[in-house]
Every structure is written in structure tokens, then in C-alpha cells.
Design a protein around this ligand. Structure first.
Ligand SMILES: Cc1cc2nc3c(=O)[nH]c(=O)nc-3n(C[C@H](O)[C@H](O)[C@H](O)COP(=O)(O)OP(=O)(O)OC[C@H]3O[C@@H](n4cnc5c(N)ncnc54)[C@H](O)[C@@H]3O)c2cc1C
Length: 341
């Protein structure tokens, strides 16, 4: 059986394609020439999220931490593992400009800096090599991510830029080293200045997309800080002084990073408050003791005007913080998530 799928983007554009019941929505869209944002295409990263507003469907196996029961009840699906059982109407959480009409041509970049900046956290800086059409220009929005591809190892992983778009073609990343993780091992034992990687086009719709009068609350689990650094720097560049609370969660004091960058941002954005949350601190730690989810709960209970809530980091943290925000009365439409799955 073949069904008609209608996908409406955040800016109200509509695309139609057909999908056979044995195809996934993601594959069918690509076959029709619509390259929707996606990374793993195996139900484990959550970048192909959409919402089904009409019709019947079923999903293949996926990482359950990416779609809560509540989200499933609202029709949230991962397009890479959804099959239609009828014609479907869907909404996408991104604008039409994020749908490419052809396969991405990855760029080549060279490692110009790689350093351990805290326990299990690396800063990686890449310099794009010029290509004929674009020079070193690389378009992205604060909050977006790219896929880095170590082509000789056939190893691709998604990472969010921690810097802002610039004319020099420089891309900066904050990367958590995972035990036995393949990309983590590459960074620790193989990567060197001068080594080359492929960089996909920027993707994702995380970030402050629209002007809302509500205060902003950013919750970062570890290197989930990366997109927030970019977003905050963009606020500085635009002279925005929107009331903003940032919670950064780490396990212990040795994992704290980017203190200098945060201090500089605080100076430039007078209404920015930063709280470092240490889950298992030493006796001498005088700051917040607990997770950023605990800090978010206490913060939401203490304020009158509920903020727009932006969450980034491990899926379990994003899930727990989403629940806390919903319980405190934040409308689910005002909760924005990026899961480092
Ligand atoms: C949109 C997006 C943006 C992201 N941005 C960032 C970012 O800015 N910074 C960042 O640090 N991360 C980010 N991530 C996460 C990143 O893409 C990688 O998933 C992460 O760096 C781990 O990659 P790895 O290759 O080192 O580990 P992997 O090899 O993928 O392994 C991950 C973990 O799983 C464990 N593991 C692997 N195989 C098995 C197995 N068979 N059984 C049990 N355990 C296993 C490993 O020990 C490791 O702890 C992002 C992810 C997404 C989807």
C-alpha cells in the first residue's frame, strides 16, 4: 500500500510525498527529493522528530528515552522509524529552509586546536578549507549542529557548535569523552593538529528562533553548554539583554569548564544569571549542590513569570527537566530540547 504524506513546516510551508507501508517516512521523503534533517536514521538520536496530527502509523524500535509516553500521546514520532498505515498529516519542528533538495556535499576541515579543558571534556577547533564556490564561508545558526566524519575510520558523530558564525570558517566544539566511545577514543588517542575531517551542512532547529517576551531558562548537562555558548554570544553580538537564567550541570568540580567564557558573557549580558550545579561536590563547594534538574525545579517554584525553557544534554536529563517544567506549569510548546543521544 502507498499513502500520501503531508508535512507542514514551522513556517507553514507544505510538502507532499508518497510513502509505502514498508518504507519509513524519512526514506520516502528522500526518495521524493526532500532531505529532512536527520543524523542516525536508526531511532537513536532524535533529530528527525515530527508530530503526526492525523492518520494511523506504527514505529519500529527506537531509543525510548527520545520519546516519552506523553510525547507519544501527543503524536510525536521519529520519522526515521515511522511507517504509515493510512494517509498522514504531520508537522515538522523546523522551517522549510532546513529541508535540502539534494544530498549534502560535506566540507573538509582541519584540526587547529584540540585540548582537554576539564575532566572528560575536550574543546575541538576546526578550520574549514576553502572550496571554489563558498571559500571558507559556512552558514549556521546558533544552536545548530553538524556531523563530523572521520572518513578514514568511517566514523560520524553529531556535535553542536559552541561559537557563532564567522567569516574565517572556524568551528568550535565542546565534546564529552565517553568511556570506550569511538569518537572519544579517536579524539584522545589519534586526532592531532593538521588532521582532516569532513563536516556536514549545519542542521537542527534548537535555539531561540523567535522573539518572545518571556524570560529564558537554559539548562545544560555538561557539554550541553555548547549551543548555549553560541546562543549567548549571539545575544551579545545583537546587544540583546533578555532576562536569562543558565544552569550548567556537572558531576564534580573537576568537570567544571568554560568559567572564563561564562564570566565574560555575564559581563556583557547584565540580566544573565549563571548557576553551576555540582551533583557530587566536595565539602568545600559553596555553589549549588545537586543536578540542574533540581536547580530548575527550585527556580521555577521561586519565580512568578514562567520562562521559555531550553534543555540540552543527555536524553535522561532532558526528559527529567521537561517533566519538571511541565509540572511547574510551563506550556509544552515553550519547552525546546536538544538531546545528545
Ligand atoms: C544533535 C546532536 C548533537 C550533539 N552534540 C554534542 C556536543 O556538542 N557535545 C557532545 O559531547 N556530544 C554531542 N552529541 C553526542 C555525540 O554525537 C556522540 O554521541 C558522543 O560524543 C559519543 O560518541 P562516541 O563515538 O565517543 O561514543 P559511541 O561509540 O557512540 O558510544 C557512546 C557510549 O555508548 C557506550 N557504548 C558504545 N557501544 C556500546 C555497547 N555495544 N554496549 C554498551 N555501551 C556501549 C560507550 O561506552 C559510550 O559510553 C550530540 C548528539 C546529537 C544527536
Amino acid at each position: 500500500m502507498s499513502y500520501v504524506i503531508t508535512l507542514t513546516t514551522l513556517d507553514g510551508k507544505q510538502i507532499d510525498f508518497t510513502c509505502k507501508s514498508e518504507q519509513t517516512l524519512q526514506d520516502a521523503a528522500e526518495a521524493a527529493g526532500f532531505f529532512l534533517p536527520a543524523v542516525c536514521k536508526a531511532g537513536s538520536c532524535g533529530t528527525c522528530l515530527g508530530r503526526c496530527t492525523q492518520g494511523d502509523y506504527h514505529l519500529d524500535n527506537y531509543n525510548p528515552s527520545l520519546l516519552s509516553e506523553n510525547a507519544r500521546e501527543h503524536g510525536d514520532v521519529l520519522l526515521c522509524c515511522t511507517h504509515p498505515d493510512s494517509d498522514l498529516q504531520l508537522t515538522a519542528p523546523y522551517k522549510a529552509s532546513q529541508i535540502r533538495s539534494g544530498k549534502d556535499t560535506p566540507r573538509t576541515a582541519e584540526i587547529v586546536s584540540i585540548e582537554l579543558i576539564a575532566e572528560r571534556t575536550m574543546r575541538l577547533v576546526l578550520q574549514l578549507l576553502p572550496d571554489q564556490q563558498r571559500g571558507v564561508t559556512f552558514e549556521f545558526e546558533s544552536g545548530q549542529f553538524v556531523e563530523l566524519d572521520v572518513f578514514e575510520l568511517n566514523l560520524k558523530r553529531a556535535y553542536s557548535m559552541s561559537n557563532t558564525p564567522n567569516l574565517e570558517g572556524r568551528l568550535e566544539f565542546l565534546i564529552r569523552l565517553q568511556p570506550q566511545g569511538k569518537f572519544s577514543t579517536y579524539l584522545q588517542h589519534t586526532a592531532q593538529i593538521g588532521y582532516r575531517l569532513k563536516v556536514s551542512a549545519a542542521s537542527g532547529n534548537f535555539g531561540v528562533q523567535e522573539q518572545s517576551l518571556s524570560p529564558r531558562c537554559f539548562v545544560a548537562g555538561g557539554t550541553g553548554l555548547a549551543p548555549f555558548l553560541s546562543i549567548l554570544q549571539r545575544m551579545v553580538d545583537r546587544g540583546e539583554d533578555h532576562p536569562t537564567q543558565l544552569f550548567l550541570g556537572v558531576n564534580n568540580e573537576q568537570e567544571i569548564f568554560c568559567q572564563q567564557e561564562l564570566a565574560t558573557l555575564k559581563q556583557a549580558i547584565p540580566h544573565l544569571q549563571v548557576e553551576i550545579c555540582v551533583w557530587q561536590p566536595s565539602d568545600t563547594w559553596t555553589g549549588f549542590r545537586g543536578t540542574p534538574v533540581d536547580a530548575l525545579r527550585a527556580y521555577l517554584a521561586s519565580i512568578e513569570l514562567l520562562p521559555d525553557v531550553f534543555l540540552c544534554g543527555p536524553p535522561l536529563l532532558v526528559e527529567a527537566a521537561t517533566q519538571v517544567a511541565i509540572d511547574a506549569g510551563v506550556n509544552s510548546e515553550r519547552i525546546f530540547c536538544e538531546r545528545f543521544a
